[in-house]
Write a protein that binds this ligand. Sequence first.
Ligand code: ES4
Ligand code: ZN
Length: 319
Amino acid sequence: MSDKRIELHLHLEGAAPPELIRRLAEEKHQRLERVFDAQGRFAFRDFGHFLQVYEAATSVLKTPQDYARLVTAVAEGLAEQRVIYAEVFVSPAFCGNHDVDGWRDYLAAMQEASARAEARHGVTLRGIVTAIRHMGPEVAKQAALCAAETAGDWIVGFGMGGDERMGKPRDFAYSFDLAREAELGLTVHAGEFGGPDSVRGALDDLRVTRIGHGVRAAEDHALIDRLAESGTVLEVCPGSNLKLGLFPDWTSHPIDQLRRAGVPVTVSTDDPPFFHTSLSREYDRLAEVFDWQAEDFQAINVTAAKAAFCDAETRARLL
Ligand code: ES4
Ligand code: ZN
């Protein structure tokens, strides 16, 4: 298996270990209801409920110091998975409610924790500022402004998650234009709960080079060809897709089909403790179900290294 593991699609808050969330709740005397199952794991019924549980669990993350602890815990988890580089989605909606000065304080705390984790564990983290789609285009603009203001060594990209069924891609074009002008890399969640049209909209209106998930592009042959020809990289998170019921079982997941059709695919975990997964678990399942060998994992990590939004010098270390 590849020794240079890379994650391109990982929500920082969504990677919070349940123990950290429980500890923060205790420290703040905050009650967390209906977040955990009997085994103490995050539990939800469907995507709508997932977003609710996510919001409740992450409500304990409040101060820049909380976010520093979160980055430390997430980096340790990544190092345990032998990940050498990860891009994490960070959200100015959670960190200072889009106030740029407040956002800078959170960012400084996260960046410092990231540098400490890199020195200690050899794992490099970079941030992708993420708008939350169901908050609407006006709020997305504020996230894009925060991103543009802090674009640099650590903030390397702009993206958008949230409920893909809300609004049209072009409603968010202004935000992506703003981020592009700030020379940030661009990615958007599409083709997860939306079909091929959602992926086309992401390409035509938001002009991203990477797509979060994108797996429902597999329903449309012309679109598969377009992704392959344009070299658009898919950040595929199979375990997340399975937990959220996109496909009935692993054998029905289109990652192998997309890869064979020449689409550049990468593998990530999305919100690992929520989806009860880890990168090792994803790799093990892919090896088992699609007979992927060490060379296949190496190839997807080369794809990920080339698609990373970091500077060229950092990227060279990933190859
Ligand atoms: C997401 Cl906004 C957000 N956060 C975490 N996971 C997600 N999946 C899709 N959107
Ligand atoms: Zn995601």
